[in-house]
Design a protein around this ligand. Structure first.
Ligand SMILES: NC(=O)c1ccc[n+]([C@@H]2O[C@H](COP(=O)([O-])OP(=O)(O)OC[C@H]3O[C@@H](n4cnc5c(N)ncnc54)[C@H](O)[C@@H]3O)[C@@H](O)[C@H]2O)c1
Length: 278
């Protein structure tokens, strides 16, 4: 009997967690399509035999996403592309981190029984619901203009784009059931090019000292969790958020201090408050 090869599409496949996820899914038998703006990185991955196909596209452009991915049919979609809080242009952060996963999900054809994993962040998990109304319908006309005016600081744009991505994950999970499952992973500080650049922020350095696991995470450790979420082992898992952070978010949540305030000072407070009481 002819067995259909499972197809996976991984955005951000040229680097970090996207690359690790592409490798992991390939070892699990998926034919992986790598998507990234970094053409050289994609070629490296394909030459190494990890990906079956590469699609070079700038995910910050809705029209390019629609054009490049329209004919793609997949069982697993992993939205790992992202820009860090060190990105100068907040519009790009909002586009790539929040809108692109939704554009991609609504462009590719997801086979019944398939699943989506959005790569969010612990900053999204720890942020409050400030701007909830503004962020309620990110696909509406004029959203980008409004959100860039309201939340112009890159660090805030990063945090709230990830918060909104988690909420859109919930919404998609409810909307696409029962044909497609949708989940999110929220990595802590992970050793990737972005994670390493992030150490220039005081709050990242302070956070790093307070990870219960006592070390940073590796991209492969996040890829393992993504691999589980798209697997047969997770057929009843949808709308879940899995933190892959060495216990950091749990330690913040169990702290006795009142909930932190929003905005970038929030991040300082989260990490300044120290370890939870034993
Ligand atoms: N590294 C961390 O500590 C950390 C922590 C929490 C969340 N995250 C999130 O994990 C995801 C992966 O991050 P990473 O650490 O592997 O980063 P990375 O910088 O190593 O990889 C990100 C990839 O996204 C691609 N990308 C960026 N803009 C793009 C665009 N416009 N179009 C197409 N591709 C684009 C880059 O080319 C790169 O290959 C991101 O969404 C990031 O926000 C990272």
């Amino acid at each position: 009997m002819l067995q259909m090869v499972m197809q996976a599409l991984v955005t951000g496949a040229a680097s970090g967690m996207g690359a690790a996820t592409a490798c992991h899914l390939a070892t699990r038998g998926f034919a992986v399509t790598g998507v990234d703006v970094d053409a050289e990185g994609l070629v490296r991955l394909q030459d190494a035999g990890v990906t079956a196909r590469s699609i070079v596209v700038d995910l910050s452009q809705r029209a390019s996403v629609a054009e490049a991915l329209a004919d793609v049919e997949v069982d697993a979609l992993v939205n790992a592309a992202g820009l860090g809080p060190d990105t100068e242009n907040p519009r790009l952060i909002w586009s790539v981190n929040l809108l692109a996963p939704m554009w991609v999900a609504s462009t590719v054809h997801l086979r019944s029984g398939g699943s989506i994993v959005n790569v969010a962040s612990i900053t999204g998990e720890l942020s409050d619901g400030r701007h909830a109304e503004l962020l309620a319908h990110p696909l509406r006309d004029g959203f980008l203009e409004e959100v860039v005016l309201a939340v112009p600081e890159p660090v805030d744009a990063y945090m709230y784009s990830k918060w909104a991505l988690l909420r859109e994950t919930d919404r998609l999970a409810a909307g696409l059931a029962p044909e497609v499952r949708v989940n999110a992973v929220s990595p802590g500080v992970i050793e990737t090019p972005m994670g390493t650049r992030g150490t220039k922020f005081d709050w990242t350095r302070k956070a790093m000292e307070r990870i219960p696991a006592g070390r940073l995470g590796r991209a492969e450790e996040v890829a393992e969790v993504i691999g589980f979420l798209v697997s047969e082992g997770a057929t009843y898992v949808s709308g879940s958020r899995v933190t892959v952070d060495g216990g950091y978010v749990a330690s913040r949540r169990t702290h006795r201090a009142p909930p932190p305030l929003p905005g970038s000072p929030q991040l300082d407070r989260i990490v300044d408050e120290g370890r939870p009481d034993a």
